[in-house]
Design a protein around this ligand. Structure first.
Ligand code: FES
Length: 107
């Protein structure tokens, strides 16, 4: 199971194991990571699962869908080039040591 590091806006870090095939959002919820609200349950309709993905892992992510791209225009914290919806990132073996930074605000 890949280990993923969640870094809060205040710099606090947590490393958790995430099953391959789940989403980064679900893994965050399973491990009570604060700062991921995921109000729509992963339907790409809320943008409260916004994360900033470490640049080194951007090439391992699935292509961004039109829906995700549109939702990222509605994030509470600024959208950055490495912004993604964590519900759109399905954990893969190559995500070992993936680092995601949580935005200061989700709503
Ligand atoms: S959980 Fe709502 S967009 Fe990801």
């Amino acid at each position: 199971m890949p280990e993923i590091k969640f870094v809060a806006a205040d710099g606090k870090e947590r490393i958790v194991s995430c099953p391959v095939g789940t989403t980064v959002m679900k893994c965050a919820q399973m491990n009570a990571i604060s700062g991921i609200y995921a109000e729509c349950g992963g339907q790409r309709m809320c943008a409260t699962c916004h994360v900033y993905v470490d640049e080194a892992f951007l090439s391992t992510l699935p292509p961004m869908s039109v829906d995700e791209d549109e939702m990222l225009e509605a994030t509470a914290s600024d959208r950055m080039p490495n912004s993604r919806l964590s519900c759109a990132i399905i954990v893969q073996p190559e995500h070992e040591n993936l680092v995601v930074h949580l935005p200061e605000f989700q709503r």
